[in-house]
Ligand binder design. Structure first.
Ligand code: ASC
Length: 152
């Protein structure tokens, strides 16, 4: 191999080695960015979850495709906010318990993701009674976290 090629290869490996711990740690440049990100994802999730809620409560007619579209948004967004609860991002409506009992918080977030995945499955299948049950369980999983980890 041309020895000159080793120089850019060496520099690339060096750059990756030096930069990767930084990029892994700092998902967000500032605490406010992390707070804004998690609040935004919860807000959009709440909007689409409430639209299913209106159908479940009988305030809106049951449109299978619409409920399925809303459930798909909720289920995909449900994966996002957790990356924005990293170290040194306390603030917003978050209680400090999130960082003190992070295993418990993680378990609650896993439970919510599972519940909305089940709601998504039910919504795709399109049986309103099953959707209602799955919606109730998902709502409980939202509420459990709000009760324990959100400022009143
Ligand atoms: C919603 C919404 C929530 C949950 C929660 C369920 O529609 O925005 O945060 O339901 O209130 O208890």
């Amino acid at each position: 191999m041309n020895k000159l090629l080793l120089i850019p290869i060496f520099l690339t490996v060096l750059a990756i080695t030096l930069l990767s711990p930084l990029t892994a740690k700092a998902q967000f440049a500032k605490t406010e960015d992390a707070i804004k990100y998690r609040q935004s994802t919860f807000s959009v999730m709440g909007t689409h979850f409430s639209r299913i809620g209106a159908v479940v409560k009988g305030e809106k007619p049951f449109d299978k495709a619409e409920v399925a579209a809303n459930a798909a948004v909720v289920a995909s967004l449900a994966h996002l906010p957790w990356q924005a609860f990293g170290p040194d991002t306390e603030g917003g409506k978050s209680l400090p318990e999130i960082w003190k009992e992070s295993d418990k918080f993680k378990a609650s977030s896993d439970k919510m993701q599972k519940a909305v995945a089940e709601l998504n499955t039910a919504a795709k299948a399109g049986d309103l009674d099953t959707i209602k049950k799955a919606f109730g369980a998902a709502g409980q999983s939202c509420k459990a976290c709000h009760d324990n980890y959100r400022k009143k």
